[in-house]
Ligand binder design. Structure first.
Ligand code: DP6
Length: 322
């Protein structure tokens, strides 16, 4: 009853920001992401017939983690088993990258937890399951580009991710400019909750995010990178604008994030198509073509301490069943 799985992190190009159901983790809008090759989580789950508690270790250290504890309850209910589990999780994310992600963590946990019972769940089912741990985890089941459909059912059965193909997937690079590895002041969970409840910009965000998704899909299908870049950058800035309207207002931008954004704009002025996006932290991810990745990376290295060049990564998979 033991299995090990890996899942890679993903970066949203059309952001998930706001829930329509907190408990089931159902999003207010659909989102689109690219799974990264460099950063992943490896997790083994062993369901133990005799154990009296769950035991979770992260990077070799025993941890109490409320989100993991809650997710294990959900896993037991969904997989219909009474057992507690021993979980060993290792984050293969450079320690200073500040990118440790709940997306790869919950995707790996869902896949390993199900495989440990010898089940052969389909990917849609695993994506739905991973979503219950952290919304963005629904997308980490898939390699390359992935779309998490918000769905409309109250029970969330139609809210899961699907893969999305584009001639651009293998041509793109994501250059991660690490501005800070400090713990986030406002978690994405709290930040989006406060935005939904208090930001007057939230309604417009949701309206325009759906339009952005339609437009980026068609730009991806026809291989128009500049259009893709313009849409993803605008989408990220609109998401971040909602936080300034929240009460109390907050932002994930740091002065260094703004400096990196300026440099990306300069690159564009010089004719290099490069576009930025940011999540619930100050690090900036620059989306460019592989042919320009070294140039973009070297410009970023002048501004920040750590820079990583990533490409499209693989979907989640089981690597061992004992
Ligand atoms: C800004 O998936 O971490 O990265 O569902 O509450 O666990 P919870 O939130 P999470 O939020 C991710 C927010 C984001 C945008 C995105 O990845 O789409």
């Amino acid at each position: 009853m033991k299995a090990t799985a890996i899942a890679h992190t993903n970066i949203a190009l059309i952001k998930y920001w706001g829930k329509r159901d907190e408990n089931l983790i159902l999003p207010a809008n659909s989102s689109l992401s690219i799974t990264l090759d460099k950063f992943y989580t490896e997790t083994s789950v062993e369901w133990m017939e005799d154990a009296k508690n769950d035991l979770f270790s992260l990077n070799g250290q025993i941890k109490q983690d409320a989100k993991v504890a809650q997710f294990l309850k959900i896993l037991r209910a969904e997989l219909d088993i009474p057992y507690f589990a021993k979980i060993d999780s290792v984050n293969h994310v450079p320690t200073a990258a500040g990118l440790a992600s709940s997306a790869s963590a919950f995707a790996a946990l869902a896949v390993a937890g199900s495989a440990a019972l010898g089940r052969q769940d389909d990917l849609a089912n695993l994506s739905r399951l991973a979503r219950r741990g952290s919304g963005s985890a629904a997308r980490s089941l898939f390699g390359g580009l992935s779309i998490w459909e918000k769905g409309s059912r109250l029970d969330g059965l139609d809210s899961y991710a699907v893969p999305f193909n584009s001639p651009l997937t293998e041509k793109m690079a994501v250059v991660v400019a690490v501005v800070s590895d400090a713990e986030k002041a406002v978690s994405s969970r709290d930040g989006m909750k406060s935005t939904v409840l208090t930001s007057p910009f939230f309604h417009e965000w949701i309206q325009t995010a759906e339009e952005d998704l339609r437009n980026i899909k068609s730009a991806f299908l026809s291989g128009k990178f500049v259009e893709v870049g313009e849409i993803l950058e605008h989408n990220a800035m609109k998401m971040h604008a909602t936080t300034l309207g929240a009460k109390p207002p907050f932002t994930y931008f740091s002065p260094a994030s703004l400096t990196v954004m300026d440099e990306v704009r300069k690159l564009r002025d010089e004719g290099i198509p490069a576009y930025f996006t940011m999540d619930a932290g100050p690090n900036v991810k620059i989306i460019c073509l592989r042919e320009n990745e070294k140039m973009v990376s070297s410009r970023m290295q002048k501004l920040v301490k750590d820079v990583y060049i990533c490409h499209a990564g693989e979907g989640a998979k089981v690597i061992q069943v004992d």
